[in-house]
Design a protein around this ligand. Structure first.
Ligand code: TNX
Length: 873
């Protein structure tokens, strides 16, 4: 249904993107397997000795934008395979597997080799008739095409391994795998439609130039920006740990207040009761309706009084209290707090972060770390993408196969026990990102952890597309039970085994959808929903909604399914759009029976209709009154620019998660060294900060012309915008600090937009004035981040390895000027082209030194970001 959106978006973004020549593409660009070959027990003479499987693989981009009449805009790449063992690789009987996002062109290659699709984005290189084998010490080259440019690197093949026909269920990871650097022009060409340019240190300098370095008292004292803050002269001086009192419902918050303050104050001496105390209470905050509102009063004599409209309000007030603490505790000297009066309330009730744990599994510890971070910045909805084509990550006690099969990936000929490798997870079933799930107990732990932090965990169960893990697990269950004549074999079957529909998902699957014509599909969904509801009940944590997916059902799905066709006949339905309505009507009924409302991706509120001969997706009238909550991601596809506003205007509860601003799997910028994907554009900190939720055309990266005649939010529609959400998809996230890097500090941009009131610069009609106001506000934001918010994460040992951006550099009159996006970080330089270290010279003003200057930014513990380089001869 929406693959066309996806494609259009890809085209748009390909046009927006520009290349970046001559920057080196590090071999560490993507995760390399670190396991060692173990071929000792294959038992087959030809491959029995390790030497037969000693292979070295190199990948090189030849042309980023290959142009011939038949191949426009493809990229050409080459695998170089070297036999480093002592015996030959045979003429037949082996296959080299790898994953590749967006796929490669299959078919015959020169050198009697061929590329085949195995399933989804798993491919293999195989020898064909005429292949002579690869003798010891020899090298072969396999040139092939990617359908799109690949300078950015997210599409570089990953997780390579070799399989021999003699032991077809065993894959050997190729650990000696490198990626050649980008060194010549063809590798970074963008063709004529998108003239090449790279992210130069000068570009960064110019971007940073409008940022002023603010004095401490000019930096906004609380993050995210509160609704109303008044400062008075003077300070509250505390000498020892004050008494923390409060309502009994606030036990957790009282403990938190104590925990926050303890490092700053020595214990209270006996008999000393004269210190002003801290009082926490639930009350009503003047003029504020939101349960999350609070009032924080710091008074020189009366101490600290914190009132919340609810427990959550008090919790948020404590996060603000944390933010006004000095960075360095000095318990002996006591604590001075500024005298302030804050009345605060969030702009949006829904302040969300979405984590995909299906593509590459993320551990429970990572999830808890994220919840901690969200709580600090007053985010309150954790959208947990637990299932997808490549993994099912939550134990469902009634259907163990979902995790015992659907939660594991590795190489096998048949998918009876596991799913195929994806996103570089390789052949090994023990890969920590390929395989894994949360047990019921672990999930309960996550729920409780979130609840204490006033975060709702919204579980997502993907359907009817993006469901391959479940579909395959249930098919395997069926096969196993049918073989022994078990009458329950079909109980949870999700696919019509006679389905001959032709379709392809964005991840290139052709067999990944649930079928609406099978009664067992609804039995399955009912069972999963009931088990999830029971898990929440056991945790003592309320469940309000389940996110039932709905994105990207490919065109063509269900069309040739006898079960689907039979259902259509029976119910008098005329199209697969009708089947869609039937499906989600039933899913909604299941959820209602469990007192849940339905959440889903935007497609849940859309229907495909033919308008003037053209298929269009319009708001679906059928579900408008059901209280559906839609996560709207597509703001850049053809006819989707105004989708969020059209859905909100139609009456759907709308969460804005626009790909061009809030998809944190996108790279920060076009520099090939910046990790992440780019199909939705690039997202630097300001791309998020500049987002204007109720009028997002204003600061869009898309050309103005795209918004001509598009819908604007009505007053009614405005009330239906419930909030904002950032999405982190994990196709490229396999350790190496990637998650931290892509999430932070971008999450702070989201937190500001979701909590802070509409900024004055977004409302100012005079564009010149608005620009100046924006610059001031942006300076305040990045100064707060650089000098307080990020350093506090370091000081409090949270372990977040947030991105420290490369500095901007400008060469003028023989001097090098440097600046940075985050004032407060220390800039250090070398002049011999070496990486600056914590011992390198600190920059004050500008650099006079001659030579090849490299500058990097350092945090207070000496961790640095990528360096920038300029020659000053
Ligand atoms: C689109 S937008 C997806 C995901 C991918 C993501 C990658 C949406 C709801 N689905 O399946 O992981 O793009 O950026």
């Amino acid at each position: 249904m929406t693959t066309s959106y996806f494609k259009n978006l890809v085209i748009v973004v390909a046009m927006l993107a520009t290349g970046s020549p001559l920057l080196s593409l590090a071999a560490s660009f993507f995760p390399l397997e670190s396991r060692h070959l173990n071929v000792a027990n294959t038992g087959i003479e030809q491959v029995a000795t390790p030497s037969h499987a000693q292979l070295q693989l190199k990948w090189e981009l030849m042309d980023n934008f290959f142009q011939t009449p038949n191949a426009h805009g493809k990229s050409r790449a080459v695998f170089t395979l070297t036999n480093t063992g002592s015996a030959a690789l045979s003429e037949t009987g082996w296959a080299l597997y790898f994953n590749c996002i967006d796929g490669v062109e299959t078919g015959h290659l020169n050198g009697n080799l061929a590329l085949e699709q195995v399933v989804g984005t798993l491919f293999r290189l195989v020898p064909v008739a005429g292949f002579q084998g690869l003798a010891s010490g020899r090298t072969l080259r396999a040139e092939y095409f990617h359908p799109d440019p690949n300078l950015k690197g997210a599409r570089i093949p990953s997780g390579p391994y070799i399989v021999f026909d003699d032991a077809p269920d065993k894959g050997y990871a190729i650990t000696d795998y490198t990626v050649a650097p980008i060194e010549h022009a063809a590798q970074s060409s963008r063709g004529r439609t998108a003239p090449g340019s790279m992210v130069t240190p000068e570009d960064i300098y110019r971007q940073n130039e409008k940022i002023q370095d603010l004095a401490n008292d000019a930096i906004p004292p609380i993050f995210p920006t509160p609704l109303n803050l008044r400062r008075r002269k003077g300070a509250l001086h505390l000498v020892t740990m004050p008494r923390v009192t409060g309502d009994s419902a606030l036990r957790g918050e009282i403990a938190l207040a104590t925990e926050i303050l303890r490092p700053y104050l020595s214990a209270r001496a006996l008999n000393e009761g004269i210190e002003p105390g801290i009082h926490l209470q639930i009350g009503s905050v003047k003029g504020q309706q939101s349960p999350d509102a609070y009032e924080l009063l710091v008074d020189g004599r009366r101490g600290i009084t914190l009132t919340g409209n609810s427990v959550a309000g008090v919790f948020y007030g404590l996060q603000s209290l944390r933010d006004i603490l000095p960075l360095r505790p000095e318990p002996k000297a006591g604590l001075d707090l500024p005298l302030i009066n804050v009345v605060d309330s969030p702009r949006f009730g829904y302040r969300g972060f979405h984590l995909d744990v299906a593509r590459n599994f993320q551990s429970k510890e990572t999830v808890l770390k994220i919840l901690d971070l969200m709580a600090r910045y007053k985010l309150n909805k954790f959208h947990f993408h637990l299932t997808d084509d490549e993994g099912w990550r939550l134990e469902i006690p009634s259907i163990p196969e979902l995790t015992s099969i659907g939660g594991r990936r590795g190489h096998a000929v048949h998918e009876d026990d596991l799913l195929p490798p994806a996103y570089g997870s390789g052949p090994d079933v023990n890969d920590q990102y390929g395989s894994g799930h949360y047990s019921r107990q672990e999930y309960i732990e996550i729920l409780k952890y979130a609840a204490v932090r006033h975060i709702d965990v919204i579980p997502e169960i993907e359907m009817p597309g993006h469901a391959r893990a479940a579909v395959m697990a249930m098919e395997s269950r069926f096969r196993r039970l049918a073989k022994i004549g078990d009458p329950s074999a079909r109980l949870y079957l999700l696919n019509d085994l006679e389905d001959r529909s032709e379709y392809k998902s964005p991840q290139l699957y052709t067999d990944h959808v649930m079928n609406p014509g099978l009664p067992s599909t609804y039995v399955f969904i009912e069972c999963v929903v009931a088990d999830i509801a029971a898990i929440y009940k056991d945790a003592g944590v309320p469940l309000h909604t389940i996110h039932v997916g709905g994105d990207e059902l490919p065109v063509g799905a269900w069309e040739k399914s006898p079960a689907g066709i039979a259902l259509m006949k029976e119910k008098g339905l005329t199209s697969t759009s009708d089947l869609w309505d039937y499906f989600y009507d039933r899913v909604d009924q299941i959820l209602r029976r469990h007192q849940l409302f339905t959440s889903g991706w935007e497609e849940l509120g859309m229907r495909r209709v033919k308008l003037a001969g053209v298929w269009r997706a319009v708001p679906n009238r059928l579900f408008v009154d059901r209280g559906f909550q839609l996560t709207v991601w597509n703001n850049a596809g053809d006819n989707a620019e105004d989708l969020a506003y059209r859905l909100a205007n139609a009456g759907y509860q709308t969460v804005l998660a626009p790909v061009t601003n809030f998809y944190f799997d996108m790279a920060y910028n076009k520099d090939p060294e910046e990790v992440g994907v780019s199909w939705g554009g690039y997202i630097d900190l300001d791309t998020i900060y500049d987002f204007i939720p109720l009028d997002y055309y204003k600061n869009s990266i898309l050309p103005r012309s795209r918004f001509v005649g598009k819908a604007h939010l009505t007053k009614y529609g405005q009330d239906n915008i419930v909030g904002l959400e950032a999405c982190l998809w994990t196709e490229t996230i396999r350790g190496e600090g990637r998650l931290d890097y892509l999430m932070m500090p971008r999450l702070l941009g989201l937190a500001e937009r979701a909590w802070a009131p509409d900024p004055a610069w977004a409302q100012e009609p005079d564009t010149v004035k608005a620009e100046a106001m924006h610059s001031d506000a942006w300076s305040g934001f990045v100064n707060a981040l650089g000098k307080r918010v990020l350093p506090r994460l370091d000081v409090e040992n949270t372990g977040w390895a947030y991105r420290i951006p490369p500095p901007g550099l400008k060469l003028e009159n023989g001097q090098v000027y440097a600046n940075h996006q985050l004032p407060g970080f220390t800039l250090r330089y070398s002049n011999d082209d070496s990486e600056p270290t914590n011992g390198s010279m600190e920059i004050s003003g500008h650099i006079n030194a001659k030579g090849v200057i490299r500058v990097a930014a350092f945090n207070r513990y000496g961790r640095s970001g990528r360096s920038s380089r300029v020659e000053n001869q």
